[in-house]
Design a protein around this ligand. Sequence first.
Ligand code: ADE
Length: 269
Amino acid sequence: MRIDVVSIFPEYLAPLRLSLLGRAQEDGLLTLAVHDLRDFTFDRHRTVDDTPYGGGAGMVMKPEPWALALEHVLERQAGAHGAADNPRRPVLVVPSPAGTVFTQAMAYELAEEPTLAFACGRYEGIDERVLDWAGERFEVRPVSLGDYVLNGGEVAVMAMVEAVGRLLPGVVGNPESLVEESHSAGLLEYPVYTKPSSWRGLDIPEVLLSGNHGKIASWRLEQQLRRTVARRPELLEGAEAAPFGKGERAVLRELGYEVVDGRLRRVAS
Ligand code: ADE
């Protein structure tokens, strides 16, 4: 996969060269290019912002540097592996608190693309016409990291690139760890323990020492259910019941869920 990020703070993205994603780049599994928006300005001050039409607080990012930067990205991406065979337009993610919320499902979807571009806005945002203009060249996706406001898109891009990058084939050494983690099946992850089995008076759950893999698997699933109900009940509301067997359904009933038309529903209390 090839990823292009446009930002006025390219150094902000430097940590993406470290750790697992750094290795993925060395191994040629991921190409990451970070572009400085100011390189697409021509005035002495390398200006990227101006006052908003209609008044109001703050500054708005000017359209022309964005068009030039995104044209440059398109040129660079045209030669990327798989880009020529892509029947769809390349995806342009625009991080924004006004976007749709980023999820693990979206990370899986984005990981299928041959190229991704990210446009990091700052200040009060990017002139809206840039998104209209880009919409003819890219599939534009405004995406939010969550319901809070950051100073700009860079931190959101770091999170999204890490979440997507680790799903690329070969990036995570043991692909099984991707299957068992939180959100991969719509549930939170079960608790994990390591040696020693007794630590500061706290013992690990007995079942984990039993050697009975079936029992361990059902204990873990039960923990996932209990944790999800306690911490993120909205993940279960309306979820498909099909993956849950008799044992899990009994736990779910105890936790206040019933199955209606094949889907979980919280029983009013
Ligand atoms: N830019 C500012 N806040 C953001 C958020 N919550 N998600 C994505 N990009 C942002």
